[in-house]
Design a protein around this ligand. Structure first.
Ligand code: ZN
Length: 172
């Protein structure tokens, strides 16, 4: 019970380990925002993955979700960005999150725990998906926005969720 409460507090249980009810607060739909990336993300191995996810969101929404990342959230600038409530993509240390939690996006702060993600791309795209307003897919549906087993690439189910929230136009 304590674990479930922690998860609800902290966010998405990505690895398919536990069945955890997660209350995801629906953020406002973001169509144009610059995300301030945490400079702790590795510039060669990790930042390109985040950028690939924002590119995938751009394609999924046919340009309606434009969320470029600037990698300028340093220890020196962090407080200013935070106080201005500008969106941030933070690299959360594994020891700050329960082992089941791969990330959380309760508001404009996107947190990903790389050590807890079987696939960093899956966790990263999932949390960025929450940032633009996508919620979890229905149980059994496969896609990036699967609550417990997110995939690396957006699927028809993700597209349907995107249409449901009004971020993706419906097909004619
Ligand atoms: Zn989630």
């Amino acid at each position: 019970m304590k674990r479930a409460a922690l998860l609800a507090l902290i966010g998405c249980a990505h690895p398919a380990i536990v069945e955890a009810p997660v209350d995801v607060v629906i953020p406002p739909i973001v169509t144009d925002a610059t995300i301030h990336g945490d400079t702790r993300w590795d510039p060669v191995l990790e930042r390109p993955i985040a950028e690939a996810c924002t590119g995938a969101l751009y394609l999924l929404t046919r340009g309606r979700a434009r969320v470029p990342i600037v990698w300028d959230a340093t220890p020196e600038t962090f407080m200013g960005i935070s106080e201005a409530r500008e969106p941030m993509l933070l690299r959360t240390p594994w020891w700050l999150a329960p082992v089941e939690v791969g990330g959380a996006t309760p508001d404009r702060t996107i947190r990903v725990v790389p050590e807890h993600c079987p696939s960093l791309r899956a966790c990263m795209c999932h949390e960025l998906g929450h940032f633009v307003g996508l919620q979890h897919l229905p149980p059994g549906a496969r896609g990036v926005m699967s609550a417990r087993n997110p995939e690396e690439h957006f699927t028809a189910a993700d597209r349907a969720e995107c249409e449901r929230i009004g971020l993706c136009g419906t097909e004619k």
